[in-house]
Design a protein around this ligand. Structure first.
Ligand SMILES: [Zn+2]
Length: 281
């Protein structure tokens, strides 16, 4: 609440009134819940600077420094409400070493820049040629200057899809996370699943000491890369990291089945991972 009082909403509102319809960042908070509340209070005019009610539109979004509140002055404008997500076509080059194909995936991502929360740039079709085939994906430039990368967009879409996946009505619990049988990261995934059971909101970086203590060094390295590549950065959840490991194992299994060949990274399920998870279950 202290930071809320310090935010200069009067200045932000005055600024926004000068450029009607344009989103501007009004405040930055540590907690997303605070920012969400302030955005709501801006929309409904609870905060004096944004009166009368309905003259401002506002949303909360992830920012490198916490959670940002973005506002726009809408009085007299026929503005289209900003959707939380947009659907885009993205080239996916896969993550298997040596794989050179590409497919176009249609995915949902946030309508806002993952670094600062500003609206993402307008989306346009982009045609390119790969191995003689003409393919169409989407491209955009963000006005805030933060550039999106397709692989990070795919990572963001995976997290969003996981978060918004409909749950079975009868079971309020999230689908069980379990390692891929025989997979290189199976034991690590099972270990992370145990940790998540205790604390569902656990972040990926928090599991590193646990899994390193159990000798899962290469998995820890994979998670580090995943977090640093991920659009959600240090906010990336342990659950997303576990799903990423499952995906790698499944991808490897598919590749092995397709090519009838050995895994490129070593024998399946051997090494420390398979033998050092003897915790009490
Ligand atoms: Zn940005």
């Amino acid at each position: 609440m202290r930071r809320y009082l310090q935010a200069d909403h009067r200045a932000a509102a005055a600024n926004a009134r000068q450029t009607p319809g344009t989103w501007i960042m009004a405040a930055l908070y540590d907690a997303s819940m605070t920012a969400r509340t302030v955005a709501r209070m801006a929309r409904n005019g609870t905060i004096g600077a944004y009166r009368p009610q309905g003259s401002f539109d506002a949303y909360e979004a992830m920012h490198d420094g916490g959670s940002a509140v973005w506002i726009r002055y809408v009085t007299g404008l026929d503005v289209v409400p900003m959707p939380d997500t947009v659907t885009v076509r993205v080239p996916d080059y896969g993550t298997q070493p040596g794989y050179e194909g590409v497919c176009i995936r249609t995915v949902d991502i946030s309508s806002r820049c993952r670094r600062c929360g500003a609206p993402r740039g307008p989306i346009r079709a982009h045609t390119f040629v790969k191995d003689g085939s003409r393919l169409v994906c989407d491209a955009w430039e963000n006005e805030c200057g933060h550039q999106d990368l397709y692989r990070m967009v795919l990572a963001e879409a995976r997290v969003l899809a996981e978060r918004t996946r409909p749950r079975p009505a009868k079971s309020p619990k999230k689908p069980l996370i379990r390692g891929v049988e025989g997979g290189r990261y199976a034991a690590t995934v099972d270990r992370i699943a145990e940790l998540i059971r205790e604390k569902p909101s656990l972040r990926a970086l928090r599991v590193l000491p646990h899994i390193e203590a159990h000798g899962h060094m290469d998995a820890a390295q994979v998670i580090r890369h995943f977090v640093s590549d991920s659009a959600t950065g240090c906010h990336t959840s342990a659950r997303a990291a576990a799903l990423h490991l499952i995906e790698l194992d499944e991808e490897a299994r598919r590749a092995a089945q397709a090519e009838q060949s050995e895994w490129q990274d070593g024998p399946i399920g051997c090494g420390l991972d398979a033998t050092t998870t003897g915790d009490n279950q």
